[in-house]
Design a protein around this ligand. Structure first.
Ligand code: SF4
Length: 332
């Protein structure tokens, strides 16, 4: 570790004032940032402890949705009765991530801000455009088994590591943020970004802004849902591929479908064409196969991850089948 300054913010204004310094970073659970600092991947000169800010509640919104405070712990969010009842997909996705100890520390806002687990990003002896813009990308010619197959660029082929964010993308959450210019709401689809020619930027949150809450809209996807995660071991491993699926089925037909996939791209991946292929159809395997073909149509593989498109298709089809049967599972 290296020397840095530590400040504890007592209110939102003082936190934002401290973050106006571009060498300052906010810290809450610290489950990713401290690792990055120990490895000298990130070297903020000042840490602004935001854990005392009043962003610790989960509450109903006026429209019947739910607001998840940025500082509520992942474990608390997954166990919250309203989340379990109204957004069981989110609860399941959170519990698929990390370990109980990490979920007890990690905050909701921090989950959105966690950085890629690309091996080369963490190894400061290697070239990495995300860590050091313009230095190259060791993953392109290195070991790229866990890397992206959709939306990558010549600059970076990293994937976003979160499980929670895949479910939030499917549920069309909105990220409520505040900065020196005031508050704004960012639709989840626009929060994270593809690498393009600026892979050092993971998302559209400005450095002097803070996440206040994540808001879930009131749509009901609590009956037919699934979060399916394929990984190298049963727990405490990042997804090779994951699928968050939520369906509304009425009178034997899919009225609405939401699909988001993890492990495939620099952000949770949605394909509205794939979702539209399901709308108005009977929930049968042939229909699911069409949606999976559409979603993976543009996949580009690298030397060690050519298994991923097929794994993603099978994972998505399995998730859709399980989501269709979810109500029967519940009542069984
Ligand atoms: Fe760095 Fe991205 Fe290349 Fe990994 S894939 S080495 S994070 S530039």
């Amino acid at each position: 570790m290296y020397p840095f300054r530590y400040t504890r913010a007592t209110d939102l204004e003082s936190a934002l004032s401290s973050l106006a310094d571009d060498q300052a970073r906010p810290i809450a659970g610290g489950t990713n940032l401290l690792d990055l600092m120990k490895e000298h991947v990130m070297r903020p000169e000042q840490l602004v402890d935001i854990t005392r800010l009043p962003l610790q509640t989960i509450q109903k919104t006026a429209d019947g949705g739910l607001s998840l405070g940025a500082l509520v712990k992942n474990a608390e969010t997954a166990a919250h009765p309203e989340v379990q009842q109204q957004y069981p997909l989110l609860s399941k996705a959170i519990l698929a991530g990390a370990s109980p100890q990490l979920r007890n520390m990690a905050s909701n806002g921090g989950n959105l801000m966690q950085r890629t687990r690309c091996y080369y990003f963490y190894d400061i002896a290697t070239a990495c455009n995300k860590r050091q813009p313009g230095s190259g990308c060791a993953a392109q010619t290195g070991y790229n088994r866990i890397h992206a197959i959709l939306g990558a660029s010549e600059q970076c082929i990293a994937v976003h590591p979160s499980d929670m964010c895949v479910a939030l993308a499917a549920l069309e959450a909105v990220v409520h943020v505040r900065g020196p210019k005031g508050e704004r709401r960012i639709p989840f689809a626009d929060f994270h970004r593809l690498p393009g020619d600026q892979p050092e930027l993971d998302n559209h949150l400005a450095p002097d802004e803070l996440i206040l809450a994540i808001e879930l809209p009131p749509e009901d996807y609590s009956q037919h849902f699934e979060y399916l995660k394929v990984r190298d071991r049963h727990s405490y491993a990042f997804a090779l591929v994951s699928a968050a699926v939520a369906l509304q089925i009425d009178q034997g037909l899919i009225q609405s479908a939401r699909i988001a996939m993890g492990g495939l791209a620099h952000k949770p991946w949605r394909d509205l064409k794939a979702e539209n292929l399901l709308k108005g159809q009977a929930p049968v395997r042939a229909c699911f196969e069409q949606a999976a073909e559409q979603l993976l149509a543009g996949a580009q593989t690298y030397a060690h991850n050519d298994f991923k498109p097929e794994l993603a298709k099978r994972g998505l089809i399995r998730a859709l089948e399980r989501a269709t049967a979810a109500s029967e599972r519940k009542s069984a």
